[in-house]
Design a protein around this ligand. Structure first.
Ligand code: GLU
Length: 219
């Protein structure tokens, strides 16, 4: 299980995400990635290897926005490479997820999704979550994530965004996840060091809890 950080607020998102991932580097990882949501558009950058490679690539691009999620991966399913790095997207590139943990029933869910026409691009267990959320999505990300997770066996710390929704959905079962409360900004992370320099107000999600995080607060 590796690192997750997500941010929603009016500061620059990329530096907050990168700094958060750096604070989680001590856990070890094999690849890293970010996804930024800006004006109905999702931009994802992923790199195998050291976080610095991701930082160098991001520096060559004009990318930022008010909402983002990021991940350092420690592969359990599928080799460490760019395709398997998180965030993972749905077929339409509208939903992005980062996931810590293991989806035990991913191969039966993958078969089901493929039968319904979904194209799974990576070899990970995690990507099926993006497609399950897509399957249930009807203009309400929170409901879609809730429905999707009812089909999932296994452990997850999860953050999900949709290009048209100004929120991050966080969910936890068997893999730690916290919410950080800032002033006009909110965070989600897998561990406190990722957000400690921004806020000390932290909520620990319990197993089987979900949170909908917006700039002004959480439910
Ligand atoms: N099982 C997932 C994968 O292999 C997540 C691994 C992790 O927790 O970093 O991509």
């Amino acid at each position: 299980m590796c690192g997750i950080i997500g941010y929603i607020g009016d500061k620059k998102t990329i530096p907050i995400l990168i700094n958060g991932l750096q604070k989680l580097e001590y856990r070890g990882y094999d690849s890293a990635g970010v996804c930024i949501s800006n004006n109905g558009d999702l931009k994802t950058i992923k790199k195998k290897g050291k976080l610095q490679k991701l930082v160098d690539t991001i520096a060559t691009q004009d990318i930022d926005g008010p909402i983002g999620i990021a991940h350092t991966r420690w592969a359990t399913h599928g080799e460490p490479n760019e395709k398997n790095a998180h965030p993972h997207l749905d077929c339409k590139g509208e939903i992005a997820i980062v996931h810590n943990g293991i989806i035990e029933n991913y191969s039966s869910l993958k078969k089901l999704l493929e039968k319904h026409g979904h194209k799974i691009e990576s070899d990970t267990d995690s990507e099926i979550i993006a497609h399950l959320v897509e399957k249930f999505y009807k203009d309400d990300l929170e409901s879609a994530v809730r429905e999707a997770l009812q089909l999932v066996d296994g452990a997850f710390g999860l953050a999900v965004i949709h290009k048209n929704e100004k929120k991050i959905i966080a969910a936890r079962r068997g893999s730690p996840l916290i919410i950080g409360i800032g002033k006009n900004e909110m965070f989600v992370a897998s561990d406190v060091p990722a957000i400690l320099e921004h806020t000390k107000k932290v909520i620990y999600l319990n197993d089987n809890e979900m949170a909908t995080i917006s700039q002004g607060g959480y439910e």
